[in-house]
Each structure stands twice: as C-alpha cells, then as structure tokens.
Design a protein around this ligand. Structure first.
Ligand code: HEC
Length: 112
C-alpha cells in the first residue's frame, strides 16, 4: 500500500513536469503574478494615488462599488476606457484581454 503511494506520487510529479514544458493551463498564482506585473507597469501611476478619481488599490469601499458591476463589465470598461480619466486598455496597448483581466483581478484582490 505504502509502495503504491510512492509510485503514484512519482507519476504525479512527472506528470506535472511534462505539463510545464507543454501548453500549461494558467494557474491562479500565475494570473496574480501577471496581473501584479502589469499593474506595476501601467495601472499603478493612477490607481496607487487615485489620480483623476481612479479607484485606489487598497480602498475596499471604492472597489466593492466597482466589483458589484461584475467582472465582465469591469473588463469592458477597462478595455474601452472611461473618459476622461481612465484611458483605453489602461495605457497597456499591447496587453491581451487575459492580461487586462489579470491586472483587474490583482487590483481587486489587493483591495479586499
Ligand atoms: C491615466 C490614469 C489611469 C491609468 C494609467 C489606469 N487607470 Fe484605471 N481608472 C482611472 C480612472 C480615473 C478611473 C475612474 C473612471 C471613472 O469612474 O469615471 C479608472 C477606473 C478603472 C476601473 C473601474 C472600471 C469601472 O467599470 O468602474 C478599472 C477596473 C480600472 N480602472 C482598471 C485599470 C487597469 C487594469 C489599468 C492598467 C492596465 C488601469 N486601470 C490604468 C485611471 C487610470
């Protein structure tokens, strides 16, 4: 029984490694890391200090109002922008939809 457990463990570990070199499905930690990176490169300039009325990261109340809209609407308004304060794509013109989504998720998670 014990031996079986070890074999299963080895198989499981090797399976994980195979996954890393192939097409991996993004894990939640990866999403957070990507989001954090983009946030610090593009969104931080406004969302850290609340420039032009931007909801500040860490301001729970400001973000609970926004997140009540639902993640689809937040994604849409981030990609299209909210004139005059919020620029389309949060200025990350090369970002993919997934990356913008990750940045929003990071800001929401950091504001709870
Ligand atoms: C030039 C300043 C600026 C930058 C850069 C910026 N934002 Fe914003 N953002 C704003 C402002 C201002 C608002 C508030 C707009 C309003 O309510 O009219 C806002 C609002 C938002 C909202 C709330 C949208 C909603 O529907 O209520 C999200 C989500 C958001 N920004 C995400 C991002 C992300 C992600 C980035 C980086 C990729 C980013 N922002 C970069 C200024 C900025």
């Amino acid at each position: 029984m014990r031996r079986f457990g070890i074999v299963a463990m080895v198989l499981w570990l090797s399976g994980c490694h195979a996954g890393e070199t192939g097409d991996t499905i993004a894990q939640p930690q990866d999403t957070m890391a990507i989001g954090e990176d983009i946030y610090h490169k593009f969104c931080f300039s406004c969302h850290a200090a609340g420039v032009a009325g931007a909801p500040m990261v860490g301001d729970k109340d400001a973000w609970s109002m926004r997140s009540a809209k639902g993640s689809d609407l937040l994604l849409l308004s981030t990609m299209e922008g909210m004139p005059p304060g919020m620029p389309p794509m949060g200025l990350c013109m090369a970002c993919t939809e997934e990356e913008i989504k990750a940045a929003i998720e990071y800001m929401l998670a950091a504001s709870q």
